[in-house]
Design a protein around this ligand. Structure first.
Ligand SMILES: [Zn+2]
Length: 177
């Protein structure tokens, strides 16, 4: 799996954008510096994305990626891209801790299987619709033929009603005896 593909998918994920809300006020010391027991500088690269109110986010990302890698990854990016990057690292780390073998790929694979199953269900339902439409057309043709033969002049809808009445009574009659 290509990293860039994963990132594109994650960036367009609404869950991710809801995670990547940049706090307006940067609180100090940030969760990262507090956990790393270092002084939180005014231009701390981690502070905007790891506020002290959410220490779990940094703990999880630090456990999987390591603080120095997180800092390196963020420094390589434009400032406008860092919030999404920090969120995706937290997301990926959470998935990796939950599923140490497949991580994020496990979640993607599971969702792909779901999509495949749903597509198969949809195809089946569409085939059933086509089948029912054919049955209805055949039924209408039959009714029209009957109406043409009968002396009474009935509209196709009246004929359909009559047809259903006659046939439902026939169908249900044996149940009541
Ligand atoms: Zn800091």
């Amino acid at each position: 799996m290509e990293n860039c593909d994963t990132n594109t998918t994650l960036a367009s994920n609404s869950l991710l954008s809801s995670l990547s809300v940049t706090p307006q006020v940067v609180l100090s010391p940030c969760a990262a510096c507090k956990i790393l027991r270092r002084r939180c500088a005014q231009k701390c690269v981690l502070a905007p994305y790891f506020p002290p109110t959410q220490p779990a986010k940094f703990i999880i990302a630090h456990r999987v990626f390591g603080a120095s890698n997180i800092i390196k990854f963020l420094q390589e990016l434009e400032e406008s891209e860092r919030a999404d990057a920090a969120s995706s690292m937290v997301y990926e780390a959470t998935a990796r801790l939950r599923d140490p073998i497949y991580g994020c790929a496990g979640a993607i694979c599971h969702l792909q299987n779901q999509v495949n199953e749903l597509e198969a269900q949809l195809a089946k339902a569409q085939a059933e619709i086509v089948n029912m439409q054919v049955q209805q057309t055949n039924l209408m043709n039959l009714i029209c033929m009957e109406a043409a033969q009968s002396p009474q002049e009935l509209s196709p809808q009246q004929s359909l009603d009559n047809f259903y009445e006659e046939n439902t009574s026939l169908l249900w009659e044996p149940l009541w005896t």
